[in-house]
Ligand binder design. Sequence first.
Ligand SMILES: Nc1ncnc2c1ncn2[C@@H]1O[C@H](COP(=O)(O)OP(=O)(O)O)[C@@H](O)[C@H]1O
Ligand SMILES: [Mg+2]
Length: 623
Amino acid sequence: MSTRLIPPQTKDAMSSDERRARNLRLYHEEQLESGFSDQGLLVDVWPFLKPQKAWLSVALGAVIATAGLSLIRPLIMLWAIDESIKTGDPAVMMRGGAAFAGVAILEQLIGFVQIYATQVVGVRAMADLRLYIFKFLGSLPLAFFERQPVGRIVTRVTNDVDAMQELFSSGALNALGDLISLVGVVIMMVSLDFKLSLIGFMAMPPIAILVFVVRRRARDAFRSIRGETARMNANMNEQVSGVALIQAYGRQRAMSGEFDLINSSYRDANIRSVKYDAIQDAAIDALSSVSLAAIVIALGYHAASFGTVVAITSYLRQFFDPISMLAQRFTLLQAALAGAERVFGLLRVEQRDAPTQAAGSDGDSSWAMELSHVNFAYKPETPVLHDVSLSIAVGQRVALVGPTGSGKSTITALLLRLYELSAGTVRVFGQDVSTLERDELRRKFAVVPQDVFLFPGTLADNISADETPDLERVRRVIEELGVADLLLNRPEGLLTQVRGGGSNFSAGERQLIAFCRALYRDAPILVLDEATASVDSQTEARLQAALNKLMEGRTSLVVAHRLSTIVNSDTIVVLQQGRVVEQGTHDHLLKQNGLYSLLYRLAFAKEQTQVLLDDPSSTDASA
Ligand SMILES: Nc1ncnc2c1ncn2[C@@H]1O[C@H](COP(=O)(O)OP(=O)(O)O)[C@@H](O)[C@H]1O
Ligand SMILES: [Mg+2]
């Protein structure tokens, strides 16, 4: 019996491991744009190189000059040796040596200029590229980021651009110099001694084949390296941001298993690339020695002057040097191209935020917010909102209620046009949101979201949400909301630094900060999404009074869970599974005896005692 039990068990264990590996791979899968041509990538890079034209020409000039100078050196040797043998004058050798040294030093000087100029071009162009990518990311719709792990995006801006920069720091332009010297060397050798040169060139065809074969594989290896780097960064990022939860649930082992899988693929891809590099180097070296040996053998049957022999062998070395360098640079080029593919693949994402449309027929501007027949889905397969219509008049207080996942937060996101609708229209003060500039639209709103995000900066920066906080006003806002004792109890007060997306503030404190932010903004529409869910009922009661004042003279949409907020609203909209099922005043809805009255009686009735405490009129005594 045990023999029957064990095999399926091991099989299951294996397949679960495989399943995990596959899931991990699927999660990190990138739809890499294919069909990039090398020339196409060059066209993409050019706009970033163009501003560096001056440095680029200096570098090019220097490359050509050094290549030319290197061709002169063996000629000097040839002249000095043959002349001194002919004349027996040691002064000839002296002059030859001096000229040789002079040329060599000049070559190095120009070489310095060339390396410096190329690096400057690369560093500047890549800095521009990084800034461009960063700005581009800012123009992408929210939906794009929900499909991309953060680490992957970061990798594009950092590591992938670095791979491109490597091309410059390794002296990519030298490839041109290499080519020039190669052609020059061939011409020189052929004109010095045609037959000897031909013997030397016999190594060419095998090298060409080798480079051709290695090229493709090296590029594949570099693609894997770049892909694995992105995966690794994405994985690290998620594990570090979730470290509290990972530790709390003892998931460290599973997590390091995942990391290990990615790390191993990264290592293997690196090993592959190193292998191709080594094969290429060794093969070229071997071929160059064989050529030299062939020339030595040929000399037994072929007469040439001593100077010619010295010059030819010296050119032969100069012949293989650029070939070997070219092959190495080719590898680097493959690495850079693998990075470029990813960077420009991102930049080609046809997902820029939908453009602002031409103003169409405006609706009635006495409605502050209006949704008509709105359908919406985050992912095409799973619709979230179905034919939602609701109108909120200027100055009204509207409560949005409904079970978790019914689409309340989604409606607030659509009002701000954070996502594009599948069908229907959203109007704000009578204007279709797709015809408004995003900034203009969003200035009309002050939002206290469900998940408060604090950005890097001080507490004051976070409340003012713009570059230069008016500290006086920030302080007034805090006073008005009556939360100074809760927010300003740190030694640095308003200048307390916010760390790690606000992890040094509690969820409740973050919500209070979001309240201050909303009040500071002073916008005509107030949107509160379960804004007091994380504060205790005493603090909430304090906030309630301030909130009532905040809502005065403004239109407000409140996603509420507390009865007190709901009951006092002008209109209550009840949402269920993405549909508006009821709409009206508290009394009206109670009479309807539908979902609202059910929710009211079941869940909210429990709160009755709480309501008495929270009711602003009953808190007067404590205030
Ligand atoms: N960014 C998102 N991507 C995909 N689905 C989402 C996203 N945000 C919310 N949803 C889904 O949309 C539905 C409505 O969510 P939401 O509007 O947040 O509900 P509520 O705020 O009423 O609790 C839920 O089923 C949720 O799973
Ligand atoms: Mg919500």
